[in-house]
Design a protein around this ligand. Structure first.
Ligand SMILES: Cc1cc2nc3c(=O)[nH]c(=O)nc-3n(C[C@H](O)[C@H](O)[C@H](O)COP(=O)(O)OP(=O)(O)OC[C@H]3O[C@@H](n4cnc5c(N)ncnc54)[C@H](O)[C@@H]3O)c2cc1C
Length: 482
């Protein structure tokens, strides 16, 4: 492996991390970069992956580096314009603007996943075709170890098998990463590449995405249409927690784009037990009498929704090994491997950091390449030393920040709100002793995940001390008064 050549990289996975990493390398002057993606195209529509991303200041470190933040902004709804209308079961509506807790927060941008992936792909097509080739409909089947390097076995769209021998492999192939599994096997099943899992009240929740027409009618009244840039929370009239559901719609910039409504609930919720399209249709009609269901959910969509397996929120998890180098670092003999994005850390979407942490991985990796003139043998260990503590902190932040937001348990949600406002108030009164809740701190992209966790833990400790002092004071007052 000759580090100075900056060429011959294979990236497995063409999601946000894979295409972002390819652009980062090309911008750094690397060439001969190949992205292997099993999906048929960048904008391929997968109904149950049609959720929206909020690209915040953390994710924008990479889009700024790539010079595409303006294009991102053009496709998105900014968080400064985020309005949500809650529609109750009787049809009453209330629209509020999402409060901006931190005026210094960098504007974040909401857009559908497919639009973001396509934005990265279009950037490759327009500016880096000579350096990056993206092979769609192509799957990485296996990674084999040879004496000193690794070979990637792929199946192309013509069903041919090919063997590639890269200098650098970047594993951006998501939670079930083949690259990570290969490193786990090669390393003698060392726990470096084993996912460590941590409990969370939102892990295991089931979700499906319902597609609705663009600007669908909100009632039978003529011209009472939904607005694409408006978020909606539409409540059902079921009281039984086993039946109650909510449709959650995030804003889209493009008024012609079909809307997507997220349905998230416990795996044993009644909606997941419905077997036939007729049962599903009946459920929606009974649950949402305030909506003209016939006009907004086609029979094809009901059938698709019924047949869809949906998805499950993953357990928060990470592996502590982020890279491995095989062979010698000279004379093109070895292969360096790095894992980025969901391949190395994965969790439920509670704090909107999945894609942002993936983009930040790439940005920090680029900083290390810059610092070490693209010498992978130095840049990779240096990257791991810096990023690993942050990934560990990120997973802890996912556990504590806002796992109760899906209405799983009203008591827990209220306790969370009390904790949130207590920290908010104490921070306003004594900013040097107390920090706001980690859910707010995460929005400050200048703080690393480790720094946020330290602030959050210190505040918890100080609240415990304050609580102890108050209890002691009350005991003393009580004993003195007797
Ligand atoms: C319901 C839900 C809502 C979410 N909402 C948010 C949100 O609001 N904000 C946020 O920041 N994050 C959110 N996330 C998380 C976010 O989607 C992920 O963190 C992000 O997609 C990670 O990007 P990635 O490129 O690392 O992995 P992925 O997006 O999983 O991409 C991996 C790619 O690799 C390809 N691939 C896999 N294996 C192979 C193979 N063997 N050969 C070829 N190709 C392969 C896949 O087809 C895929 O395109 C959400 C996740 C879910 C499930």
């Amino acid at each position: 492996m000759n580090n100075s050549h900056k060429q011959n990289a294979i990236i497995i996975g063409g999601g946000p991390a894979g295409l972002g990493a390819a652009l980062m390398l090309a911008k750094r002057g690397w060439k001969d970069i190949t992205v292997i993606e099993k999906r048929p195209s960048a904008d391929y529509y997968e109904p149950d992956k049609s959720f929206s991303y909020q690209i915040d200041g953390r994710g924008q470190k990479l889009t700024d580096f790539l010079g595409i933040t303006n294009k991102l902004a053009d496709l998105s709804v900014p968080n400064t314009e985020f309005y949500i209308t809650v529609i109750q079961k009787d049809g009453t509506r209330k629209t509020t603007k999402l409060p901006i807790a931190d005026a210094n927060r960098k504007t974040a941008y909401w857009l559908p996943r497919a639009d973001f992936v396509n934005l990265l792909y279009q950037e490759i097509q327009q500016n880096y075709q000579d350096k990056i080739q993206v092979l769609f409909n192509t799957e990485c089947l296996e990674i084999q170890t040879n004496a000193q390097n690794l070979s990637v076995i792929i199946k192309t769209k013509n069903q041919h098998q090919e063997t590639l021998n890269p200098n650098l492999i970047i594993g951006c192939d998501g939670l079930n990463s083949i690259v990570r599994k290969t490193l786990y096997e090669i390393s003698g099943q060392s726990n470096l590449f084993e996912m460590q899992k941590f409990p969370s009240p939102s892990a295991g929740l089931k979700y499906k995405v319902l597609s609705l027409p663009p600007q669908f009618p909100l009632s039978e009244t003529e011209d009472d249409l939904s607005k694409s840039t408006m978020a909606y929370a539409i409540r059902s009239n079921f009281k039984d927690p086993q039946k109650a559901i909510s449709l959650g719609l995030l804003p889209f910039k493009n008024p012609q784009q079909p809307r997507t409504a997220n349905i998230i609930n416990y795996p044993d919720h009644q909606i997941w037990q419905l077997q036939t399209p007729a049962q599903v249709e009946d459920f929606f009609k009974q649950g949402f009498p305030q909506l003209p269901i016939d006009k907004i959910i086609s029979s094809e969509e009901i059938s698709r929704f019924t047949a869809s397996e949906g998805g499950k929120f993953p357990i928060p998890q990470y592996c502590s090994g982020l890279y491995q180098i095989f062979g010698t670092s000279e004379n093109n003999q070895g292969t360096a491997v790095i894992l980025l994005g969901d391949a190395v850390h994965c969790f439920p979407p509670d704090i909107g950091q999945g894609v942002n942490s993936a983009l930040e991985d790439i940005y920090i990796f680029q900083e290390k390449l810059q610092e070490h003139q693209d010498h992978l043998t130095v840049a990779l260990p240096s990257y791991q030393n810096l990023r690993q503590p942050d990934i560990k902190a990120l997973i802890r932040l996912v556990q504590i920040s806002y796992p109760w937001q899906y209405n799983q348990n009203q008591l827990q949600k209220r306790l969370w709100s009390i904790n949130f406002f207590l920290r908010f108030l104490l921070n306003r009164l004594f900013p040097s002793l107390f920090s706001p809740h980690s859910f707010l701190l995460i929005q400050n992209h200048e703080l690393s995940y480790s720094e946020i966790l330290v602030k959050s833990n210190r505040t918890t400790q100080n609240i415990s001390i304050l609580g102890g002092i108050i209890i002691l004071g009350l005991i003393l007052m009580f004993t003195n008064s007797n």
